[in-house]
Design a protein around this ligand. Sequence first.
Ligand code: NAG
Ligand code: NAG
Ligand code: NAG
Length: 350
Amino acid sequence: MRPIRGSLILRVLVSTALGGLLVLLVGQFVDSQTPSMDLRSLISTELDEDTPSPSLRKFEWQARTPHPLDLRYPHSYPFLLNHPNKCDGPRGAPFLLMLVMTQPQDVGMRQAIRETWGNETLIPGVIIRRLFVLGLPPPLFTKEIHTLLKEEDKEHGDLLQVGFLDTYVNLTLKVLMGLKWMAQYCPNAQYVLKVDGDVFLNPSFLVQKVLQPNGPPRPDFITGYIYKNTGPIRNPAYKWYMPQELYLQDKYPPYCGGPGYVMSGPLALRISDVAQTLKAIYLEDVFVGLCIEQLGVKPTPPPPDTFLMFRRKYEHCAFHRLALVHHFQPRELLQIWRDFQSVNTTCPVK
Ligand SMILES: *[C@@H]1O[C@H](CO)[C@@H](O)[C@H](O)[C@H]1NC(C)=O
Ligand SMILES: *[C@@H]1O[C@H](CO)[C@@H](O)[C@H](O)[C@H]1NC(C)=O
Ligand SMILES: *[C@@H]1O[C@H](CO)[C@@H](O)[C@H](O)[C@H]1NC(C)=O
């Protein structure tokens, strides 16, 4: 009944025995990107029979302090690789700042993104700036990986490395430090996109149809796939487990799914501020939902079916009419990109 916990225990045993090497190897298989959150609502109905007794759970909590899902925030994590002048330039502040979440070892993923949807000069006349946000690799490998990262950064000038351990649980720190960077070095960006590395993104659709460069300013704007009427999963066997001691309420506010959401610059600044005053939780997209709720802001619905949290098979015309599809690997991005960029006049006008 408990495959996840079983494998966890095994993982702990093995990695203690063999040290950091296995931590790194296992880490490769643990998806650091935001998973599709639909499952949360799907499985929340079948939790009750499997929930351990309160006293057992209480014992579990007390046995480890602080709680492994707890975050140290606010805290001033240092920027270890930084580009303070990224947003300067003769043409002024960027229209869109892309904050792309990857892990230190995702070298191939970053390269594929640079050559596809992360290309800053894809849309004529629209200033886009891209930064990959990452944390620290597992301790044993810090030195080797840091040398590689420095080289990669020297060549591309687009890594923002922040001084905390890069794990799934720490993803919220990554997003909040990305926003903090924006507040410090790029406060006049008109829009900020938070996006995971394992997606397909259609920047033209995002810019022209969702953000609309010639439209009126929208200070309270945030959009993406909107989750409503969801709540915490209290069963520790599930990936998005949320213990009561870290989040007491039994509902989550409306929030935009983590694979990709975009907000106005002014709202990004206010989220960054209000985040300092709330208790951060490790589900990054839910936490941003809590921040905007505190600010009295509701997510704006995007054009229907344009942010897909589940994979869809590539199809030229369909992909030109959407903004984002979750679950695309680097190799697939490179495979479809040439076709996606080609002009295809057979697409029905819509
Ligand atoms: C980015 O797009 C421009 C314009 O389409 C193209 O000339 C350039 O080669 C692209 N850059 C990369 C790294 O693919
Ligand atoms: C998050 O990062 C902090 C700072 O590096 C680290 O101490 C902590 O272990 C990390 N948390 C997890 C769950 O990885
Ligand atoms: C245009 O797109 C349609 C639908 O995806 C596809 O069947 C067709 O082969 C494409 N044509 C060209 C010239 O790429």
